[in-house]
Design a protein around this ligand. Structure first.
Ligand SMILES: Cc1cc2nc3c(=O)[nH]c(=O)nc-3n(C[C@H](O)[C@H](O)[C@H](O)COP(=O)(O)O)c2cc1C
Length: 311
């Protein structure tokens, strides 16, 4: 400011409802920050809005066969699958919450019963602030159909989870469904506190010399800047369809990217693939949003969120 007065520090806090209040809107995305311990060597993770940890299932899982990652134009394709240490080991290990971070645990399951059991066990731990429900998992009992592709299945799962836990339920939507608005409305009606989107977009890469798929599991999930316009469009549509907060995810790599999602109506954002290049990207984005607000004389995030001008 050139009037000699110190700019007032803007209020970056955001209340996502259902007991989840964040100091600011910048979170890490599940599966890209592991359990947060590694990254805490490089940055003070407690400064971020929240750390969303890798998806946790009831039992440990090995994930998919290698190779599991391939670089693509402006992004990457991964087929890590559901690899994780399982809920018991997760709860017994040193914990991010002890470093002052707000912890959101991403959960997954192959049946409603598995999701419920994982949620029940995690709900006993006061260091956990919220559950992010990954509904991109196949329901083995129903023949491998993904929960997130079908509004009835998605809503049945969230309704059962709502009865099982008092933790904030953030439901993570898959872009690989035909109708993002239909799924968004179904999980809102079933009791979700917030939505997060998008998960990765299914894709494939072929090694022409070998005439073989590059990934061991043939197809994988596309992430990174390549998916950002798709993610932004879906967030914009979801915001217009539901009354609960929407968290934007997909290719966010710098401040302007995050601002686009906030202007489109996202209450907060998650940063994923970009942290592979530099684990400090979420912090840089947080500082970028703060500077943008100071420069624009804004006092609260509501000065940015859902301010898209049309026409
Ligand atoms: C290596 C890798 C692992 C992931 N694991 C999970 C996961 O366990 N659960 C989940 O809901 N999303 C998972 N995701 C999806 C991300 O959280 C995020 O939704 C997606 O990558 C899009 O964001 P980005 O472009 O910023 O990475 C994973 C993504 C990557 C790249």
């Amino acid at each position: 400011m050139d009037n000699g007065l110190k700019a007032k520090d803007p209020d970056l806090s955001v209340d996502l409802g259902g007991g989840l209040a964040l100091k600011n809107p910048v979170m890490t995305a599940s599966g890209t920050f592991a359990y947060g311990e590694e990254a805490s060597k490089y940055l003070d993770i407690s400064v971020l809005g929240a750390i969303v940890v890798k998806g946790i299932s009831l039992e440990p899982r090995q994930g998919n066969p290698p190779p599991r990652i391939v670089e693509t134009p402006s992004g990457m394709l991964n087929s890590i699958g559901l690899q994780n240490v399982g809920v018991d080991v997760f709860l017994s290990e040193p914990f991010l919450g002890e470093r002052g971070a707000t912890v959101v645990v991403n959960i997954l399951g192959s049946s409603t019963e598995e999701y419920l059991k994982v949620a029940e066990l995690l709900s006993t731990d006061s260091r956990i602030s919220a559950l992010e429900v990954n509904i991109s998992c196949p329901n083995v009992k129903e023949g491998g159909v993904q929960f997130g592709m079908n509004p009835d299945m998605a809503s049945g799962l969230i309704r059962s989870l709502r009865e099982t836990t008092d933790l904030h339920l953030m439901v993570k939507l898959t872009p690989n469904c035909g109708d993002i608005v239909g799924i968004a409305r179904a999980v809102e009606d079933a009791g979700a506190d917030s939505l997060s989107l998008i998960n990765t977009i299914t894709g494939m890469v072929i090694d022409v010399g070998k005439k073989r798929p590059v990934l061991g599991s043939v197809v994988g999930g596309l992430s990174g800047p390549a998916i950002r316009p798709v993610a932004l469009r879906m967030v914009y549509e979801a915001v217009g369809a539901v009354d609960i907060p929407v968290v934007g995810i997909g290719g966010i790599s710098e401040t302007d990217d995050a601002l686009q999602f906030l202007i489109a109506g996202a209450a907060a954002v998650q940063v994923g693939t970009a942290t592979f290049l530099d684990p400090c990207v979420p912090l840089n984005i947080l500082e970028g949003i703060r500077s943008y607000m100071i420069d624009g004389g804004m006092s609260a995030l509501s000065d940015i969120v859902n301010t898209l001008e049309l026409g």
